[in-house]
Design a protein around this ligand. Structure first.
Ligand code: PGA
Length: 264
């Protein structure tokens, strides 16, 4: 049984003051949905303030990016140790970072390995562009993103026979399937289409890399224009374990409704 997970990616929205106001309105409704894991991912600058407001709730906190080194002369970057002081999760390899900040699969891999090494739970984003989608390259692209981005994580080791340990391993990593053409466009994939990519590409690739057991335990989210109106369509699919929500995570009612849909 995979526990549903709904994460809100605020992107570059919300000042500290706005974030405080928003979270204080969000918490009562969101806290009630305890059967769903709920993660808020504000900008770095708002993490401290949001963390203070989430104290004593079961809502978790994530960052939107992380550097791979623990410390060093990397002006402007934030290390996994710094993120870990405030957060349990971190989004890695979002398509906006791949597109606008030239993040390669190799960089994604460094970040994922660093996050896992320090005990952060990476939410690793994969997905094809519109052109790749239209030219039938989804499988090739998503497989490459997984094989390179998730290389050498040291998961699914055959020696890990202890069930409890193995279960913990499956929870140490989250994948988000986010077709680039569906992000912020108001044109989501269909539930069936996203389910098919996860069933036929993502889980088999994970199984090939880290074994069937891990592939079945890892939560795979859908992301791309998820809102209160379409969330149920995605969550009714057997392979979709939740959502990574952008725009709709900035609206209290929408985000609470999405989390409620995941609880059903
Ligand atoms: P969207 O963004 O929900 O606004 O499409 C999703 C994401 O970028 O994670």
């Amino acid at each position: 049984m995979r526990i549903p997970l709904v994460a809100g990616n605020w992107k570059m929205f919300m000042t500290v003051a706005e974030g405080r106001h928003f979270v204080s309105e969000l918490v009562p409704g969101l806290e009630a949905i305890s059967t769903v894991e709920r993660v808020l991912c504000p900008p770095f600058t708002a993490l401290m303030a949001v963390r203070a407001l989430l104290e004593g709730t079961s809502i978790e906190l994530g960052a939107q990016d992380v550097h791979w080194e623990a410390s060093g002369a990397y002006t402007g970057e934030v290390s996994p140790l710094m993120v870990l002081e405030l957060c349990s999760h971190v989004i890695i390899g979002h398509s906006e970072r791949r597109t606008y900040f030239w993040e390669t699969d190799e960089i994604v891999n460094r970040k994922v390995r660093a996050a896992l090494h320090h005990g952060l739970i990476p939410i690793v984003c994969v997905g094809e562009t519109l052109m790749e989608h239209e030219t039938g390259r989804t499988s090739e692209v998503v497989t490459r993103q997984l094989k390179v981005g998730l290389a050498e994580l040291g998961l699914g080791a055959p020696s890990l026979e202890d069930e409890a340990l193995a279960q913990g391993e499956g929870n140490s990593l989250v994948i988000a399937y986010e077709p680039v053409w569906a992000i912020g466009t108001g044109q989501p994939a269909t539930g069936e289409g996203a389910n098919e990519v996860i069933a036929e590409i993502i889980r088999p690739t994970l199984a090939e890399m880290y074994g069937e057991q891990l592939a079945q335990q890892v939560r795979v989210l859908y992301g791309g224009s998820v809102n209160a109106g379409n969330a149920a369509e995605f969550f009714s699919q057997p392979e979709i374990d939740g959502a990574l929500v952008g725009g709709a995570s900035l609206k209290v009612d929408e985000f609470v409704s999405i989390a409620q849909a995941a609880a059903r």
